[in-house]
Design a protein around this ligand. Sequence first.
Ligand SMILES: C[S@@+](CC[C@H](N)C(=O)[O-])C[C@H]1O[C@@H](n2cnc3c(N)ncnc32)[C@H](O)[C@@H]1O
Ligand code: SF4
Length: 449
Amino acid sequence: MEKINLEELYNKGIKMHHITNTAYPLRPTSFMRYKIKDELEISNLLKEDLANIDEMALYVHVPFCQSRCKFCEYAVVSGDDYNKKEEYVRALLKEIDMYKDVIGDKKILGFDLGGGTPTQLETDQIRRITEKLHENFNFVPGVEMSIETTPVIAARDYDKIKALYDMGYRRISMGIQTVNPILLKAFGREGNHSIYENAFKNIRKAGFKKINVDLMYGFLHQDLDDFKNTLEYAVKLNPEYITLYRNRYKGTKIASEAEGVSLDKVNKQYAEAHRFLNEQGFVAFFGKNTFSRLKDDYGTSDYLTKRVIEGLPYVGMGLGAQSFGYQYLAYNEGASTKTLKRYFEKIKKGQFPIQDIYPLPISEAIAKMVSVAFYFAFVDLDCFKKRFGVDFKEYFKDEIKFLLDRDLIEIKENKMIVTKKGMENVGGVIPMFYSKESKDELMKMDKMF
Ligand SMILES: C[S@@+](CC[C@H](N)C(=O)[O-])C[C@H]1O[C@@H](n2cnc3c(N)ncnc32)[C@H](O)[C@@H]1O
Ligand code: SF4
């Protein structure tokens, strides 16, 4: 097999920085060679794969939004499909039932109800989903359930937010994205100070002690001062956590703007945010997205923290949801089309509503886990060994030497930590841990989108 020149790979990764991010694989078609289609084979794979584990996490996706924000990449439905909420909840409850035997009594260590916007559902619909999950699966005591809302709903519907708290949700997350009214208007998103302040008032009154706000950067028409304004405003709201999302352009309505956003610009925005948030008591390793002002708390939900650090397998249910089992990756129907039709059809036929499922060779499962670890800017080597049974430093011997020689990483105790320089060139660092096939694919790519 021809050996890849790591220097060339690194440079190519930096050049393609809008796509060499934590989302692996590179393209929706990258794993086609592993795909299986036969219904029986799929259900056998799910059973056999999950039989290897006794701990896991769950993710449930609720795709509804009033309208799609122009920057958004998620499986979101609005328009005609927006009126099919009850039909969706019924289908979702059936999917949850289909997993009852497959998951059995495995310990559930994390759960996120995400979207889209879960709080677009009626309170009773959210309750039915939450109760069904608890009825079917073995949530270990103390698992922190996390949910997403928009500020608009939190500001207008106190009763719903209170009901979420009463159902057991303890962490709540919502997007502010930017407080610049011109950008908000251009993205088709509602938001102003009175909405955000009322949202906070209601969420606090309901009892939540863990609030996260999402802010975004890397937009074409967003300069550094503009981003600083948003950061300053977000800090004044006094959330426990602030998560920064660099806009991923792939598949969004503003994809054509990506070319105008330089790596230098996003690096400066992140560096300034990191400096300012640390000064304000919101802590994170350089390069990490979620900043926390609580001690010994990463700020992410149990679901995400364990998924990223430990590589904890998870099953996703609902439209377009992703599952990463012990050694398979799957996307539910809707991941590509972002419509409900095929999801409903499969559920009606009593089939798992899976669009694509791939049993993965270990090199791909490793690449998937390590790519996502860059959310936190480190890889825990003990967790890696436990998850894959191989030694990280041995497995990536050449790549680690390359990165150490250029001060892009450090190895400290049981962690590979990405340095500041490494995070500023993270698009070049992540592909070092790709499979041979994905390294080749990246080298051959000439356009990002
Ligand atoms: C499911 S949404 C959050 C909940 C809610 N729908 C809202 O918008 O307030 C999760 C977060 O992903 C981020 N996001 C959306 N589109 C993105 C993109 N294209 N690239 C990176 N982050 C994105 C936003 O910050 C958003 O708040
Ligand atoms: S950012 Fe949130 S509200 Fe906007 S389309 Fe995406 S999921 Fe919906």
